[in-house]
Write a protein that binds this ligand. Sequence first.
Ligand SMILES: Nc1ncnc2c1ncn2[C@@H]1O[C@H](COP(=O)(O)OP(=O)(O)O)[C@@H](O)[C@H]1O
Ligand SMILES: O=C(O)C1=C[C@@H](OP(=O)(O)O)[C@@H](O)[C@H](O)C1
Ligand SMILES: [Mg+2]
Length: 184
Amino acid sequence: MTVTRKRINSRPAAVLIGFMGAGKSTVGRLVAELLGVDFVDADEQIVHAEGRSIPEIFTADGVEAFRDIERRVVLDLLTRGGVVSLGGGAVMTPAVADALAGHRVVYLSIDPAEGFARAKGGDRPLLAGDDAETRYRELLDERHDTYAELATVTVDAGAGSADEIADLVVSALADHLIPERNLL
Ligand SMILES: Nc1ncnc2c1ncn2[C@@H]1O[C@H](COP(=O)(O)OP(=O)(O)O)[C@@H](O)[C@H]1O
Ligand SMILES: O=C(O)C1=C[C@@H](OP(=O)(O)O)[C@@H](O)[C@H](O)C1
Ligand SMILES: [Mg+2]
């Protein structure tokens, strides 16, 4: 029994990826509640570990330093259980993308208009300043293929309320798990 428990706890039930505003942090928490497991948001872990906000880290140390911290935090979270939501740019770090192999990766996709409407006005340093919507669209274009390639399942995060998207995620994970179960 001990061996079984250790195996189950050695990776997350699901890892949520996708662009800013898709709802990873919000929906990830709801998915964890539905599954009855812990929830961890990578950005919250970074803030906790650093004792600084994300904008403070970007301003003081720059984006590369943020990515270094993020890589360390995410690689650690991938060795634990629960549902894990990543920040939108984490998968652009090659070591993070590589480490996602073999995990249940849920891509919350979002169209740019809806995603920007959700993300604007928050504390995301990459969307600070003028012309945030253009930057949002350009970055989403740059990243979309990476999200899609890494995904085990993709869920349209614009298709309903956060609770409805969480239900869709759990259904998509269940569909994905049925073939896994048949292999046992
Ligand atoms: N399905 C949804 N419908 C409407 N608003 C949503 C939905 N999912 C998330 N939101 C809202 O969008 C904003 C961004 O959500 P958040 O979870 O922070 O996204 P992410 O972590 O992907 O950047 C929040 O205000 C959140 O309440
Ligand atoms: O896309 C990005 O590069 C970022 C996304 C943010 O997280 P969310 O995707 O949860 O907004 C946060 O990690 C940081 O502002 C950088
Ligand atoms: Mg988030």
